[in-house]
Design a protein around this ligand. Structure first.
Ligand code: SOE
Length: 389
C-alpha cells in the first residue's frame, strides 16, 4: 500500500455520532502528533441541503448524498460509519471490498449473522493492509483505560464480581416521540444493543475475560409513542399518530465470565434522573475499582494492601500526566469530557493504520459483543434460562 501523508476520510451519517466523530477528526491532530494527517474530505448525508449545512458546520471539505459513489472514489482512504445499525453491514462490507479502511459505530451490527459477514470482509481486507475498527469509544475514557491497567496488573487480585449498569432516562416521558432507536428493523434492539453493548464491551475490555453465559430479561414499558408531526384527520382537527415501539426500554441480565466471575448488567432508558450514568465496578480478592461516567475524570480504587485501619475507596482524579491520554491535553485537575474519548479513538486508529497494525476493538471484538447481545435476547425469550453465548 502506498504510504500517504494524509488519510482522506469520508463520514457517512451526520447525527449525534456524526457530530462527535467530526469533532474528533478535527481536534485529534491538534493535540496528538499523528504519523499521517486525517483530512476531512466529505460528509455523506441522506438530504443534500442538510448534508451541505452539516459539512460546513463540522468542518468537512464537501458533502454528498450517495455513499456508494463516495466509497468508489480514489481520493478516499477511510470510511467512518455513523449511521443506524441496519446499514452498518452493507456499508462496511462495500467499503472494505473497495479497499477502504473502516471505522464503524457500535454496535457492530443488528444481528450476529451480519456481524459475521462484516468480520469475514475485514479479515479478507486485512491481507491487503486494509483495517477495520468498531467504535466502542468508552475504552478510551482515561479512567476506563486506567481501570483496565489496574485490573490486568492484578491490583484487585482475583476478579470475582462485576457490576455494569448503563442508566439513562431520556424515554421516561411516555410522550417522547418515536425515533429510529425504537424501531427494531433500524436499531436491532433498544437499550440492550444501544448502551448494553457498551457495558458488555467495557467489561470484556477491562477484565480481559469473555462473557460466556447469560440469563436475562427485557422489558418495554411504553408500547406506543407519538410520531413527529401531525396528521389532519377527516374531522379536520390535527391528530397525533402513534407508532409501535418494537425494542426493549430496559435490559437486565446476569453474566458468567470465562474466569468464573459473576457479573450483573443493566441497560435502561428508564432510570429517572440518571442522564448518562455508565457505572462499572469490579471486585477482586484484594481490592476493587469503581467508575461512573457522570464523574468521568474519577476512578475509585480500594486497595486491600493498605494498612489495616487505613483502607477505604480512594478517589483518584485521573488527570495526571501518568494516566492514559491525559498528557496530551490540560494540566492536572482540569478534566476531560465525553468528546475526548472520540479523539483518543481517532488517535489510536490513525497510529495503528500508519504502523500496519490491527486497531482495537476489531470487528471480531464487535462480533463477540453481538453474540452476547443475541444470547441475552434468546435467554429473555426463554424466560431467562442460562444461555450459552
Ligand atoms: C444513547 O443515548 C447514546 O447516544 C449511545 O447511542 C452512545 O453510544 C453513547 O455514547 C451515549 O448514549
Amino acid at each position: 500500500m502506498v504510504k500517504r501523508e494524509t488519510l482522506r476520510v469520508a463520514m457517512i451519517g451526520a447525527g449525534f455520532m456524526g457530530a462527535a466523530h467530526s469533532q474528533a477528526w478535527s481536534v485529534a491532530p491538534r493535540f496528538f502528533d499523528l504519523p499521517i494527517r486525517p483530512q476531512m474530505t466529505v460528509l455523506v448525508g441522506r438530504d443534500g441541503d442538510r448534508a451541505a449545512t452539516a459539512a460546513a458546520k463540522f468542518g468537512w471539505e464537501s458533502s454528498a448524498v450517495d455513499w456508494r459513489e463516495v466509497i468508489g472514489r480514489d481520493d478516499i482512504d477511510l470510511i467512518d460509519i455513523c449511521t443506524p445499525g441496519d446499514t452498518h453491514a452493507e456499508i462496511a462490507i462495500a467499503a472494505l471490498t473497495a479497499g477502504k479502511h473502516v471505522l464503524c459505530e457500535k454496535p457492530l451490527a443488528n444481528t450476529v449473522d451480519d456481524a459475521v459477514r462484516m468480520v469475514n470482509a475485514a479479515e479478507s481486507a486485512l491481507a491487503d493492509g486494509v483495517f477495520a475498527m468498531v467504535g466502542f469509544s468508552y475504552r478510551r475514557v482515561p479512567a476506563i483505560t486506567f481501570a483496565r491497567d489496574l485490573v490486568l496488573a492484578g491490583r484487585i487480585g482475583t476478579l470475582r464480581r462485576v457490576q455494569a449498569n448503563y442508566l439513562q432516562d431520556w424515554l421516561v416521558d411516555e410522550n417522547g416521540p418515536m425515533t429510529w432507536r425504537l424501531d427494531k428493523t433500524r436499531a436491532g434492539s433498544g437499550a440492550l444493543g444501544d448502551i448494553g453493548a457498551h457495558a458488555i464491551d467495557a467489561v470484556q475490555f477491562i477484565t480481559g475475560q469473555s462473557v460466556d453465559e447469560v440469563s436475562g430479561t427485557l422489558q418495554t414499558f411504553v408500547a406506543e409513542r407519538p410520531l413527529l408531526g401531525e396528521s389532519i384527520g377527516l374531522s379536520g382537527t390535527p391528530s397525533i399518530e402513534h407508532g409501535r415501539v418494537t425494542v426493549d426500554d430496559s435490559a437486565l441480565f446476569s453474566g458468567r465470565l470465562s474466569n468464573g466471575a459473576l457479573a450483573s448488567f443493566e441497560a435502561t432508558r428508564m432510570a429517572t434522573g440518571r442522564k448518562n450514568a455508565f457505572r462499572l465496578e469490579f471486585s477482586g480478592s484484594t481490592g476493587s475499582v469503581s467508575f461512573d461516567l457522570e464523574r468521568m475524570n474519577e476512578l475509585e480504587f480500594y486497595d486491600g494492601s493498605d494498612a489495616p485501619g487505613e483502607q477505604g475507596f480512594r478517589r483518584i482524579l485521573v488527570t495526571e500526566p501518568e494516566h492514559p491520554y491525559t498528557a496530551a491535553w490540560w494540566p492536572t485537575g482540569h478534566g476531560l469530557g465525553y468528546e475526548h474519548a472520540f479523539s483518543h479513538q481517532v488517535r489510536d486508529l490513525v497510529v495503528d493504520i500508519a504502523a500496519g497494525r490491527q486497531p482495537e476493538p476489531s470487528f471480531a471484538d464487535g462480533l463477540r459483543v453481538q453474540r452476547v447481545l443475541e444470547a441475552v435476547e434468546r435467554s429473555a425469550a426463554n424466560r431467562s434460562e442460562w444461555t450459552a453465548v
